[in-house]
Design a protein around this ligand. Sequence first.
Ligand code: R1P
Ligand code: URA
Length: 292
Amino acid sequence: MKKYFPSSELIINEDGSVFHLHVKPEWLADKVILVGDPGRVALVASHFENKECEVESREFKTITGTYKGKRITVVSTGIGCDNIDIVMNELDALANIDFETREEKEQFRQLELVRIGTCGGLQPNTPVGTFVCSQKSIGFDGLLNFYAGRNAVCDLAFERAFLNHMGWSGNMCAPAPYVIDASEELIDRVAKDDMVRGVTIAAGGFFGPQGRELRIPLADPKQNDKIEAFEYKGFKITNFEMESSALAGLSRLMGHKAMTVCMVIANRLIKEANTGYKNTIDTLIQTVLDRI
Ligand code: R1P
Ligand code: URA
């Protein structure tokens, strides 16, 4: 029997667009670029030969257009995994639910999603300006723990090794981290050999959860020292950002291909940052557009 989704569960606006994104099903391309900053959407779309739609609601700005003959949708997610929950569920609904009948479509449509973001580097091989591709993500956000099938798609041995290394239990830096792989095929195609492949912590905040201490002390003052020293089966943690785990996790559960690549704008080891990164991130955007 086909699954039916009532109006309280899948909210559709009066104009037939999906609730938060305000995107209509016919506007969604199979190839999707996700960015955090709504301002970055125009930067991506500035490379398009034509635009077929442009819509904006809250932090979600969407443009669909064509790049070298490829139909691509670019969407901003704002900051954080909570927004990725909204964006991924609404994109998947646009692709795989019939908005007229509110039933799941017979034929599954797979999306290819690449997030282009900014991040903080944690290792000597991730100085400011490096492009780091998240081969694995460690989710500090807890999002995937609300979905069935989480244990089937996560690397449980890696999770145990990481938790043992950190020595966290009870309320200390809860909820329990989950470890999830990006799409290997997509990483091979987009990252090739000129981007650093690493393990990314997707944190539930920019300050405390990434070990930044301003006026309020951290629960675990040794957090980042331990993170930088952690090693498991040759993997070291390379960077902090805030969305890659939810993107990789929900994509795996939904059957889509996804990956995240970020440009390092702050190196936490040597305490340096660069806020004038617009030109460098445009190089990354162009590389992804060519390879997606
Ligand atoms: C924090 O400044 C934001 O920057 C990073 C983090 O993941 C977080 O969203 O990515 P974006 O530049 O894509 O937003
Ligand atoms: N984005 C993050 O989440 N952390 C950083 O340090 C830089 C960008």
